[in-house]
Design a protein around this ligand. Structure first.
Ligand SMILES: Cc1ncc(COP(=O)(O)O)c(C=O)c1O
Length: 390
C-alpha cells in the first residue's frame, strides 16, 4: 500500500480560501475561530472521543496554554500551591515539555521511563500535574496516572494510538497534539490541538489563545496562538484520511519490525495498545553487531547515500527530517543532562531513560513510502550489519 501525503483535495481547499480571502474569520471578542477552524475542532474532538477541542498554532503552544490554563483554573479555586506547580515529566521526551513547563512558571520533576515501552512510569507520590508522553506512538497500556491532580496527555507523537480500544487523548483532564510536518497529519507544517471534557478549562484555553485580557476582559493574560483558516481546512482534509494513514503507518511498521536484522530489536507494544508508530523506536545491540552505534550509523549513511541524496537536507542538526527517510539515534541524552534542565536532575538520575538514549535507533523509514523502498532500506540495514559481524 502506498499513499502520497497530500493530493488534489488539500490543494483545492487551500486555493479556495486564498480566493475567498477569509484567512482568519471570526476574529472577534468571542473568538472561537472561523468556519474551518470550528469544523476542524469538531471533527477532531469526535475522532479522539472528547467533548471539546481547541486548535492552536503548535504542540508547544498547546503545552504552554495547558499549563497556564490549569494554573489559572486551580488558583480560581483557591489552590494556592498552583502558583508554581510541580510538573512531572518523562526524562525522555521532546524539549517542548520541560521548556513550556518552566515558561509557565512550573517546577520540573523528571520521571524515568518504562524499559520496554519507553513511556513515562507513573510518579511514586501524588503529583500536581503529570504529563506522560506517548513516546513514538507507544503507550504503557495502563491508565495509571490517576494520582495526579491534573493529567495532561502529550499525544504529539501518538495521534490514533489506542489503549483498550480508546484513543489516547481521551483519558486526561487535557490532552495535546502537534500537526508539525513530521507528525501523522499536518496543518501545513505547523499546528496543534488541545482536547478536554472540562468546559471550564476549555473556556480558559480559548481565552488564552486570543488575548483574553483585551478581547474578553478576562482576569488572566492571553496571546495569539490562533490557527488560520487555511491550516484548519488543510487539517480537515488530512483528518478525513486518518484511517488510511494509520493503517499505512501500522502496516509498514509491522513489515519493518518483522524483517529487522538480528542485532536491532523491535519496540515492545503491550497487547492492549494499538501503537500508531510515528517512529519505530528500536534498540541497537552493540555487542552482537560488533561496532559502536556511531560507527554503524556512519557506515549505514554511506550505504544509504543514494537514497538520502534524493532529498533536500533540512538544517535541523544536519538531519534529513523532511524526507521521512531518517534513521537516527533519537534523543541524545536524558533531558536533565541538557544545561537548561540540569538543576532538575533527580538524585539517582533516570537509568532507563539514560540507557534508552545510549542504545536506541529511531527509524522513519516506514512513513509514506512504497513497499519496494522500505524493502531496500531493510536490505541495506542487513548488509551494513553483515559488514561488521565477523
Ligand atoms: C512529545 C512532543 N511534545 C511536544 C511537541 C511540540 O510540538 P510542536 O513541534 O508542534 O511545537 C513535540 C514535537 O515534536 C513532541 O514530540
Amino acid at each position: 500500500m502506498f499513499m502520497k501525503r497530500f493530493d488534489k483535495k488539500e490543494l483545492e481547499v487551500v486555493k479556495q480560501i486564498i480566493e475567498n480571502g477569509e484567512y482568519l474569520s471570526g476574529f472577534t471578542t468571542t473568538f472561537r475561530g472561523g468556519e474551518n477552524v470550528q469544523k476542524f475542532e469538531k471533527d477532531f474532538a469526535r475522532f479522539i472521543g472528547v467533548k471539546y477541542a481547541i486548535s492552536v498554532n503548535s504542540g508547544t503552544a498547546a503545552l504552554l496554554i495547558s499549563f497556564k490554563a490549569i494554573m489559572e483554573y486551580a488558583l480560581s479555586q483557591n489552590k494556592k500551591k498552583f502558583k508554581n506547580p510541580n510538573i512531572h515529566l518523562p526524562a525522555c521526551t521532546f524539549t517542548a515539555d520541560p521548556s513550556a513547563a518552566l515558561m509557565a512558571g512550573g517546577k520540573i520533576i523528571f520521571e524515568d521511563i518504562n524499559k520496554k515501552t519507553f513511556c513515562m512510569t507513573p510518579p511514586k507520590s501524588k503529583s500536581m500535574i503529570s504529563v506522560p508522553t506517548y513516546l513514538l506512538g507507544n503507550a504503557n497500556g495502563s491508565d495509571n496516572f490517576k494520582k495526579a491532580d491534573f493529567l495532561i496527555e502529550d499525544c504529539c507523537q501518538a495521534l490514533g494510538t489506542e489503549i483498550n480500544g480508546k484513543k489516547v487523548g481521551s483519558f486526561g483532564d487535557l490532552s495535546i497534539f502537534s500537526f508539525q510536518e513530521t507528525k501523522h497529519i499536518t496543518t501545513l507544517g505547523e499546528g496543534g490541538m488541545i482536547c478536554s471534557n472540562n468546559e471550564e478549562l476549555i473556556d480558559i484555553i480559548a481565552g488564552i489563545r486570543n488575548h483574553a485580557e483585551f478581547y474578553s476582559g478576562k482576569k488572566f493574560l492571553g496571546g495569539n496562538f490562533r490557527m488560520t483558516e487555511i491550516q484548519a481546512a488543510f487539517g480537515i482534509v488530512q483528518l478525513k484520511k486518518i484511517k488510511k494513514i494509520l493503517k499505512l503507518f501500522r502496516k509498514n511498521a509491522q513489515f519493518v519490525i518483522k524483517n529487522l536484522p538480528s542485532g536491532i530489536s523491535a519496540p515492545h507494544t503491550p497487547s492492549n495498545v494499538n501503537n500508531s508508530f510515528l517512529v519505530i523506536g528500536c534498540l541497537y545491540n552493540e555487542k552482537e553487531i560488533g561496532a559502536s552505534r556511531a560507527n554503524f550509523l556512519e557506515k549505514l549513511t554511506q550505504n544509504r547515500s543514494h537514497i538520502l541524496k534524493k532529498d533536500k537536507k533540512s538544517d535541523i542538526k544536519g538531519i534529513n527530517m523532511k524526507s521521512g527517510k531518517l534513521i537516527s539515534t533519537g534523543y541524545s541524552s536524558p533531558l536533565y543532562e541538557i544545561p537548561m534542565y540540569k538543576k532538575f536532575k533527580p538524585k539517582n538520575g533516570c537509568p532507563n531513560a539514560k540507557k534508552f538514549t545510549e542504545v536506541s535507533l529511531w527509524m522513519d523509514i516506514h512513513k509514506f513510502r512504497p513497499h519496494d523502498e522500505i524493502k531496500e532500506e531493510l536490505e541495506i540495514l542487513t548488509k551494513t550489519i553483515n559488514q561488521f559481524k565477523k
